[in-house]
Design a protein around this ligand. Structure first.
Ligand code: ATP
Length: 279
């Protein structure tokens, strides 16, 4: 896709409006330090440090229950953080409330395993819903501006699915639906992309093409992508860096080029099953 000549529907200066006290000066879009998250007595993340840099794709690995989804929720203020700091797009996530929290969440594009599209609405309208954070009060069918529609078509083109724009989302295959979900996330013009098991419902060929797309988008738009995965070869093929959690602690943080299956398998060591509380 050539460089877009697109309407500035939501600009960097909109996001960087001065006067909100809880913005940080950090250059990395995501900076996590000493993160601890606990559900009651159950500590599920402890001592987690993470930096995400513009343009990189980071694979997030770990056994079921190791804390991958919780780490992602921590980046949007949906996890009970009990210690440490989380900064995303300049916002202090643990301190953000009300309007700041909404603005922070608008900075984070998210993609999920189940796509979460509205089945009866057209592909284009589904993508437009990504702009609801910035478009102000409107209705889903007729309320978006021509500029928003142009931008949505641009992103649909970028994910290779513009020819399906008028079809209902439910008529698309899983791989196509995930592409629509990616376009919807881009509609937010996010500072960070989070993808929680984005290919778990897709066959291996589609999984490769969707992860290829995510990595290409991160690089092209200079935003970091954090992608949780359960399949090691996919992580090794489609990331610049790997972060691995084991029972809530970071066991691996390294460039993908330095890793192989043998380095990653300890993440899935289940010898402690039945005693997975960090306390
Ligand atoms: N809302 C919650 N209340 C209580 N405990 C929770 C809650 N959400 C997650 N947990 C617990 O936190 C731990 C980490 O869960 P999390 O979903 O982050 O793991 P995960 O690595 O994403 O797992 P999976 O790969 O299966 O999705 C688990 O023990 C889980 O039971």
């Amino acid at each position: 896709m050539s460089a877009p000549t697109l309407p500035p529907v939501r600009t960097q200066s909109d996001r960087r409006r001065p006067g909100t006290p809880r913005r940080s000066e950090s250059s990395a879009p995501v900076t996590v330090r000493g993160l601890r998250v606990a559900y009651g007595e159950h500590v599920v993340l402890d001592g987690v440090d993470l930096d995400l840099h513009p343009g990189e794709t980071v694979a997030l690995l770990g056994a079921s229950g190791s804390g991958k989804s919780t780490l992602m929720k921590s980046l949007t203020g949906f996890a009970p953080v009990t210690a440490g700091s989380v900064r995303v797009a300049g916002f202090d996530v643990t301190a953000a409330r009300g309007r700041d929290l909404r603005r922070l969440r608008a900075e984070v594009g998210q993609v999920f395993q189940q796509f979460n599209l509205i089945p009866r609405l057209s592909v284009l309208t589904n993508v437009l819903t990504g702009a609801l954070h910035s478009a102000g009060p409107l209705n889903l069918v007729g309320g978006f501006s021509g500029e928003h529609r142009k931008l949505a078509m641009h992103y649909l083109d970028r994910v290779g699915i513009a020819h399906k724009a008028t079809e209902p989302a439910r008529s698309l295959s899983g791989g196509q639906q995930q592409r629509v979900a990616i376009a919807r996330a881009l509609m937010q013009q996010p500072s960070v992309l989070l993808a929680d098991e984005p290919v778990a419902s897709l066959d291996p060929r589609l999984a490769d093409s969707v992860l290829d797309l995510v990595r290409g988008i991160a690089a092209e738009y200079r935003i970091p992508a954090l992608v949780s995965l359960h399949v090691l070869p996919l992580a090794l093929r489609h990331s610049d860096r790997v972060v691995g959690l084991r029972r809530g602690r970071m066991l691996v943080s390294a460039p993908t080029s330095e890793l192989d299956d043998a380095r990653l398998l300890p993440l899935y060591d289940h010898e402690d099953d039945g005693d997975d509380d960090l306390d």
